[in-house]
Ligand binder design. Structure first.
Ligand code: GTP
Ligand code: MG
Length: 196
């Protein structure tokens, strides 16, 4: 249960993030996949994380403290073609430094658009997570946008690709920031991980 969610700080450097003394869950995925919207849905606060119809809205590492004892972290998206190469590599460094150095990161939530067939960029990203021992789960987003059967087909295809890469399915959730589908399941996952 989330009783309280507050913005703490935005950073470009993981070293300036809050002391790594509380469990932390970060949200990543392609630009516009719905990371910030999901955080707002989970915390019942439409204005907590900044969202936009245009990709590339979130550009920093944003910490939110939940119930005073764990963190949600909104990260910039990857695969945003409109930024210059220089900015892209700065972002990539910022994110990869954060992900590989943040000791209190319990799980990285990799958001995947449930409307799409498996995308190369997402498969490459989770492969990189595997290579770098970053524990991740999958959160399929925007389930309200198409028929359940289509969502199921796309998820099955994505999981098949995961089996090819890892030999097993990762843990996954199906969500919608619009209908709040998946809310209880994702929050239960966080609660159980925080308790351990
Ligand atoms: P960046 O910060 O730019 O990387 O994007 P983001 O992944 O944080 O996406 P954001 O939450 O800003 O949402 C992008 C757009 O998708 C916005 O117009 C949202 O309203 C819309 N959106 C996000 N989640 C959902 C959802 O579950 N259902 C529907 N219908 N729209 C959604
Ligand atoms: Mg965002």
């Amino acid at each position: 249960m989330i009783k309280n969610a507050q913005f703490v700080i935005s950073n470009t450097d993981y070293k300036k993030c809050p002391e790594p003394t509380k469990p932390e869950f970060a949200f990543i995925g392609r630009s516009n996949v719905g990371k910030s919207s999901l955080i707002n849905m989970l915390t019942n606060n439409k204005n907590l994380a900044k969202t936009s119809g245009k990709p590339g809205k979130t550009q920093l590492i944003n910490h939110f403290v939940i119930n005073g004892n764990w963190y949600m972290v909104d990260l910039p998206g990857y695969g945003f073609a409109k930024v210059s190469k220089g900015i892209k590599s700065t972002w990539e460094k910022m994110i990869s430094n954060y992900l590989t150095n943040r000791d209190n990161l319990v799980a990285l939530c990799v958001l995947v658009d449930s409307r799409l067939e498996p995308q190369k960029i997402d498969l490459e990203f989770i492969t990189w997570c595997g290579e770098n021992d970053i524990p991740f789960i999958l959160i399929f987003t925007k389930s309200d946008k198409q028929a359940k059967s289509k969502t199921q087909q796309n998820i099955q295809k994505f999981l098949n690709e995961c089996v090819k890469i890892f030999g097993e399915d990762p843990q996954f959730f199906v969500t919608s920031a619009q209908s709040s589908e998946g809310k209880e399941d994702v929050l239960t996952f966080f609660d159980e991980e925080v308790k351990e």
